[in-house]
Design a protein around this ligand. Structure first.
Ligand SMILES: NC(=O)c1ccc[n+]([C@@H]2O[C@H](COP(=O)([O-])OP(=O)(O)OC[C@H]3O[C@@H](n4cnc5c(N)ncnc54)[C@H](OP(=O)(O)O)[C@@H]3O)[C@@H](O)[C@H]2O)c1
Length: 250
């Protein structure tokens, strides 16, 4: 299937690892011009803390200079930690809100009007299964990822008639640094629960009907499809990419 992404100017946030890096690679394979963004990017990426108030304008300017515009935006940057409701303080809540809601909001506000003017655009927001069904691993993460689903829908409703299709994906557990890296969620949960890392991963895997973590490339494949011409009637969706984790039918 030709996804018609050849030559499209695409920005992917959180591109220095995991799902973001896999999305950059998959878009490049389709012949797109891609700018990856993170605080510590590789040589070709843009160094930007997306929680900075001027991140939207700076990103738009960099996209114009380096890839000739902005047709596709993937808001993927995000993080979490293993922390109980009692442990989460106001800074934790604000930090999660800034990264998962304000940062995508700023980028969409910067990007969507230009896409609408040109009559074509794609935006994909990377939420989480925790945004659909709250997880107690980190309530601030779950609540802000739910807010991102709502924000995504608001932009979808505003821009669909202008040819700008906005959608979200909601991955379940993914085999990236966030879960598996040193000091990542597996290690944090093991320390907090007094379990071994293997026990934590077995418990988490048991929650996934598919019976395993997803690979970043498997999430990227769905993101890239939603970025493509092939997804020409998909707007305002929140696609579960979770191996069946959230037991809903919508
Ligand atoms: N892994 C999972 O199980 C899972 C499940 C559901 C949803 N998700 C979501 O999927 C997305 C990607 O997760 P991942 O698993 O690929 O995580 P990851 O490997 O830890 O990558 C996270 C990316 O976000 C970037 N980032 C974090 N804070 C940033 C900031 N303030 N400004 C700019 N970039 C920032 C990081 O780069 P720098 O450190 O270089 O800034 C990194 O590139 C996240 O939104 C996450 O919530 C993940």
């Amino acid at each position: 299937m030709d996804l018609h992404l050849q030559g499209r100017a695409c920005v992917v946030t959180g591109a220095s690892g995991g799902i973001g890096a896999a999305t950059v690679a998959a878009l490049q394979q389709e012949g797109a011009r891609v700018l990856g963004v993170s605080r510590n990017p590789g040589p070709d990426g843009l160094a930007l803390d997306l929680t900075d108030a001027d991140a939207g304008d700076r990103l738009l300017a960099a996209a114009r200079d380096r890839i000739g515009g902005l047709d596709v935006l993937v808001n993927n940057a995000g993080t979490t930690s293993f922390r109980s409701l009692e442990e989460l303080d106001e800074d934790d809540w604000r930090g999660q809100w800034e990264l998962h809601v304000m940062a995508p909001l700023r980028l969409m506000k910067a990007a969507a009007p230009g896409m609408a003017e040109r009559g074509w655009g794609r935006i994909v927001n990377v939420s989480s299964s925790a945004g659909k069904r709250p997880s107690l691993t980190n309530a601030a993460y779950a609540v802000t990822k739910a807010a991102l689903l709502s924000l995504s829908r608001v932009f979808a409703d505003t821009y669909a008639e202008h040819g700008v299709l906005v959608n979200a994906v909601a991955p379940g557990p993914v085999a990236s640094e966030l879960w598996l890296g040193p000091g990542g969620l597996a290690d944090q949960a093991a320390a907090a629960r007094g379990q071994s890392r293997d026990e934590v991963l077995a418990d988490q895997t048991a929650k996934v009907p598919l019976g395993r973590f997803a690979q970043p490339e498997e999430i990227a494949a769905v993101i890239v499809f939603l970025c493509s011409e092939a997804a020409s009637t998909v707007a305002g969706a929140a696609w579960s990419v979770d191996g069946g984790t959230v037991p809903g039918i919508i």
